[in-house]
Design a protein around this ligand. Structure first.
Ligand code: SF4
Length: 321
């Protein structure tokens, strides 16, 4: 049984146009996504900005309310759990944000921010145990216990992200949703934080749902990858196979943007035209057809299903497989 199972999840937002307008359109940020993450597994979720990956990550943790579908965590359907019951489950799933200030109060020493998480879930019986836990957590992310008394602004961006990770780890979660955790960092610092996440994942058997627009980062960290476009998954599969032989033209285009060190690389080069269409008015048929370099006439009116291509691979394209 997977640790996390997402079934046909939808997150739709009503959007009113004009101050007095009553009629509203529907923004389908997530539109029928199904996926599963096993215990200790890292699943990457990639796509361009606005494809719905952050909304999906938040809906999984019930930080935004799903419109339909189910989120099952460790066999428990948490989609409609009342807030009181959900609180008991919250300890098991945490989130790391792109901007660590989202989880760190700039007015508190970082040790207090980490301690807050321990206090909420009553994980330290006394002050000495609390201080020891905080010191241990800082050490586990490559910082020192004495850093606990410093404020967030006294750290570099990479160190702040490490503190955000320590705070998430404080409650000993089984799943962490990482929302673009390294995209605001320098490339050299990115590698250090990714390696840290990889070590922690293996040491603690953590499941990760790792959200990024950068396939190179995801390829390094995750065993499997799901590619999102306009609120839907268009391709999913083992990271190595998906990146070496992508089946969906959109995945091929994303990979084209990844710098390749090997001059003999046979990666297909696909150049995308235009911007991502508005999710308020998605194209008919295959939503990718206005930008697809190999679109056929039927792509304009036939929606491709996400088909099983074997060997753990799925793709939503009429021509895949
Ligand atoms: S279904 Fe058609 S438009 Fe969509 S990705 Fe495949 S070939 Fe391109």
């Amino acid at each position: 049984m997977p640790l996390l199972e997402v079934q046909d999840l939808r997150v739709h937002f009503p959007v009113k146009q004009g101050v007095f307008a009553r009629a509203s359109q529907t923004l389908k940020a997530v539109d029928g996504v199904s996926l599963a993450v096993g215990s200790g597994e890292a699943l990457g979720l990639v796509g361009e900005s606005g494809c719905g990956k952050t909304t999906l990550g938040r809906a999984v943790l019930r930080l935004v309310a799903p419109t339909g579908g189910r989120v099952v965590f460790d066999g428990q359907d948490i989609t409609a759990l009342p807030a009181r019951e959900l609180r008991r489950w919250r300890r098991q799933f945490q989130m790391i944000f792109q901007d660590p200030y989202s989880s760190l109060d700039p007015r508190l020493p970082v040790g207090e921010s980490i301690g807050e998480a321990l206090d909420i879930h009553r994980l330290a019986p006394n002050r000495a145990a609390r201080a020891q836990r905080i010191g241990g957590l800082l050490e586990s992310v490559g910082l020192r216990p004495e850093h606990a008394s410093r404020y967030p602004h006294e750290f570099s961006g990479g160190q702040r992200q490490r503190i955000g990770i320590a705070r998430a780890l404080a409650v000993e979660p089984r799943l962490i949703v990482c929302d673009e955790p390294v995209s605001a960092l320098d490339v050299s610092v990115q590698a250090q934080v990714i390696n840290l996440l990889q070590d922690l994942q293996q040491q603690r058997n953590l499941a990760l749902l790792f959200i990024s627009h950068d396939l190179a980062v995801v390829e390094h960290l995750c065993a499997r990858v799901a590619v999102m476009y306009l609120g839907r998954i268009v391709e999913m599969g083992p990271a190595r196979e998906l990146t070496s032989s992508p089946r969906h033209p959109y995945t091929q285009a994303l990979l084209s943007a990844v710098p390749v060190v090997d001059p003999d690389s046979k990666r297909t080069r696909v150049v995308l035209g235009g911007d991502v269409p508005s999710p308020l008015d998605p194209p008919s048929g295959c939503p990718f057809h206005p930008r697809c370099p190999v679109a056929e006439a039927r792509c304009r009116h036939e929606v491709p299903a996400l088909r099983d291509l074997g060997a753990g691979r799925l793709a939503a394209c009429h021509l895949a497989g």
